[in-house]
Structure formats: structure tokens, C-alpha cells
Design a protein around this ligand. Structure first.
Ligand SMILES: Cc1cc2nc3c(=O)[nH]c(=O)nc-3n(C[C@H](O)[C@H](O)[C@H](O)COP(=O)(O)O)c2cc1C
Length: 379
């Protein structure tokens, strides 16, 4: 009850005070400041526990085991907010059930020329143009190894691997080697529990070569050879039509891949209901609200055809418990978000988990696992 009040007051404070100040600055600056602040908070005993006040726990309704991993709640941080795994302690404290760090690449990447982000306030979206800025998977693996192992008990860490965004790694062979280097590094790091292969980063020199089925097949043959023991998810593009998307799934199910994350940023601006001006000079791809329905409908189709073979992580435009529940009922076992927390505040994760329990109870479910894919099962 006290925590519910705190979350409510934080929401008011975030919308009335913090957000107007944050949104008066450029999103690039806010992102840098947030990472710096989270790193600082993590280092100070007692202060590092303050974000726990927003978290919500309810193992009976929200905990589940997937691929041998316990998830205390289904709500995760999606790739991109914490590229270098700098904020794991804060993400756990704030109430996420799991998180994805990255995307990371085999060698460090400086990213695209700034600005990397453009805020669409009314649309509730960010235009993202980072171009895979990260310190490289060797450094990031070292960073992860320095966290105490107990931080990852019941807080699974996934690392998203992408292909280095530079002119040397544009060929198919070099690209495949690049992914494999990162996956092998993360497989060796005990604090990492899952892999995500990001084939759908739209802001790079070579585009998205591995969203072509023949090339994806070659990539996944190479990752099969790594004999990865940790579960592997593929981060899917959402700008493809279902028939094209399905061709990728047909490749994926032939390999050592346990699931798909649906999905990445929206490339096709014509598919977005934009409530703000977005000139062509602003480069990048859309997160947040414009992704919601497109990703949910791909989740539904994927669950219907491949639900018995692939675990689905639902991503895109989750701002409320209802948004998360929609993705779960469409077939997602887990959900993840980035933009929601930027627009709604740090209490959002607790609010979503609390709201999910109410929605599960209303529908007569006693655990989240019973609700997964209910839209399809009940037809
Ligand atoms: C600031 C930012 C950076 C991102 N960087 C990555 C990335 O490095 N790798 C990746 O797979 N997705 C990246 N994404 C995409 C998100 O993981 C997510 O798929 C997408 O934003 C939709 O979720 P959302 O609506 O909750 O933001 C990024 C998104 C944002 C907003």
C-alpha cells in the first residue's frame, strides 16, 4: 500500500517536475546524464537501494521459469538504454525482472555522428540514430564480470550482439565472424544468462544484411557451431510484411535458437501515426507508441504458427499494464521496454507489474504463464 502511494506520487512528480526539466534538454544529453546518475547511485551503499521503493513483487502471479531460468517478473529492459551494462544494479533495484545490455559489437563502435535521438513528445516516441555506439564486447564482458554474481540471482542478464558498424565489417563473412566473437565472449561470462542476436539494427553502414533468409541461414549455421548452452533469442525487424517475416522464422526454427524478440525500431515512417512534425533531415527509426500495434500483431501471428517452438519476448510501445498484457495474451512470455520508462518515469516498472497482477486476477488466472497466448488459445 505504501509503495503504491509512493509510485503514485513519483508519477505525479515525474510528470509535473522532472519530465518538464528533462524534456527541456536534448535527449542525447538526458541519456548521458541518466547513465552517469545510475552509475553513481549504484556505487553508494544505501542510496543504491532507494529505487527499490518503486518495485513490485508478487512471485505467485508473476514468477515463471523459461529455458531453465527463473524470471521473478516478466518486465525487462530492452536493448539500447544501457549499451555497456553500466546500470545493472539500478535496473534490478527499480523492479525490472531481467534486462538486456547492448547491443555490443566485437570491436568498440563510436556510433553515428550526433544527434543520436530526436524526441517526438506527442507521438510518444524517440527517433533513434545511435549506430551501435558501444565499448566493444571484450570491455563489456569485463564490466559484467566485475559485478557480484549475487546481483544476477533471479535477475537474468541478456546481452544483445550486433555486427560492428564500420567499413571493415560490411562483408557477409566478416559480419558473421563479428557476431560469433561477441557471442563466444558472452557465453564464457557466467553473469550472462541469455544471448540476443540483433539482426535488425537499421542505422548501420551495411543496413540489415541478415534479414535476408539465405544470409540469416549462414549466420545461424555459424552460431550453431559455437554450441551455445545459454538460450538464444533473435531480435526481429518489425518493418517486414508477415510473409517476409515468416520466411525468417522458417530459418530460425531450423537452428539452435530458443526464441524471438519482437521487435526492433520501426523503419517505415509511413506506417506511424505521427502527431509531431518529423522532417526528413532527422535521421533514424522510431521507438515507442508507433511500434505497439505492429509488434503485437507480429507476436500474435508468430505465436499462432510457432508458439510451440519459439518463446516470444514482446517489445514495442509498452507504456501501461494493459499494453504489456496485450502482448502476453497475444503470445509473449516476457515483455521489454525502453521508451515507456523515459516518458512515464522510473515507477513504471512497478506499476506495470502491479497492474498485471490485477489483470490476471480479473481474468481468473493464477499465474502469468496461464495468460500467454490466451487470445489465440481461446479462439
Ligand atoms: C535509445 C534507444 C536505443 C536503442 N538501441 C538498441 C540497440 O542497441 N539494440 C537493439 O536491439 N535495439 C535497440 N533499440 C530498440 C529497443 O530495444 C526496442 O526494440 C524499441 O525501442 C521498441 O521498444 P520501446 O517502444 O519500448 O522503446 C533502442 C531503442 C532506443 C529507444
Amino acid at each position: 500500500m505504501v509503495r503504491k502511494k509512493v509510485r503514485h506520487l513519483t508519477r505525479l512528480g515525474y510528470h509535473k517536475l522532472a519530465k518538464p526539466i528533462l524534456f527541456a534538454n536534448t535527449p542525447d544529453r538526458v541519456h548521458e546524464g541518466m547513465i552517469r546518475m545510475a552509475r553513481g547511485v549504484q556505487r553508494i551503499p544505501f542510496v543504491r537501494d532507494v529505487p527499490k521503493i518503486w518495485a513490485y513483487k508478487n512471485d505467485k502471479y508473476l514468477a515463471q521459469e523459461l529455458h531453465g531460468i527463473i524470471f521473478k517478473n516478466p518486465v525487462g529492459l530492452s536493448a539500447g538504454l544501457d549499451k555497456n551494462a553500466d546500470t545493472v544494479g539500478v535496473m534490478r533495484a527499480v523492479g525490472f525482472g531481467w534486462m538486456t545490455a547492448g547491443s555490443v559489437t566485437a570491436v568498440p563502435c563510436t556510433g553515428n555522428p550526433r544527434p543520436w535521438f530526436h524526441r517526438l513528445k506527442k507521438t510518444r516516441s524517440l527517433v533513434v540514430y545511435t549506430g551501435l555506439f558501444n565499448r566493444g564486447s571484450e570491455q563489456v564482458a569485463k564490466r559484467i564480470s566485475r559485478y557480484p554474481a549475487k546481483l544476477f540471482i533471479n535477475f537474468p542478464l541478456s546481452v544483445s550482439a550486433a555486427k560492428t558498424n564500420n567499413l571493415e565489417v560490411v562483408s557477409e563473412t566478416e559480419g558473421i565472424k563479428d557476431y560469433c566473437v561477441t557471442l563466444a565472449r558472452m557465453e564464457r561470462e557466467p553473469n550472462v544468462r541469455m544471448h540476443e542476436i540483433n539482426i535488425s539494427c537499421p542505422n548501420t553502414y551495411s543496413g540489415e544484411p541478415f534479414i535476408i533468409p539465405e544470409r540469416l541461414k549462414k549466420l545461424l549455421q555459424a552460431t550453431d557451431d559455437l554450441k551455445l548452452d545459454k538460450p538464444v533469442f533473435v531480435k526481429m525487424p518489425i518493418s517486414l510484411k508477415w510473409q517476409e517475416f515468416k520466411l525468417l522464422l522458417d530459418v530460425i526454427i531450423e537452428h539452435n535458437i530458443q526464441g524471438v524478440s519482437i521487435g526492433n525500431l520501426l523503419k517505415d515512417r509511413t506506417k506511424a501515426k505521427l502527431l509531431d512534425d518529423l522532417p526528413d533531415t532527422v535521421k533514424g527509426n522510431l521507438s515507442g507508441a508507433p511500434c505497439r500495434e505492429i509488434s503485437t500483431s507480429l507476436i500474435r501471428e508468430t505465436y499462432e504458427k510457432y508458439g510451440d517452438r519459439l518463446t516470444i519476448i514482446g517489445i514495442g510501445g509498452v507504456f501501461t499494464p494493459q499494453d504489456a498484457y496485450e502482448k502476453i495474451k497475444a503470445g509473449a512470455s516476457l515483455v521489454a521496454l525502453v521508451t515507456g520508462v523515459i516518458f512515464e518515469g522510473p515507477q513504471l516498472i512497478g506499476e506495470i507489474n502491479r497492474g498485471l497482477v490485477d489483470l490476471l486476477r480479473e481474468d481468473g488466472f493464477s499465474n502469468i504463464s496461464e495468460a500467454i497466448g490466451q487470445d489465440i488459445k481461446s479462439v
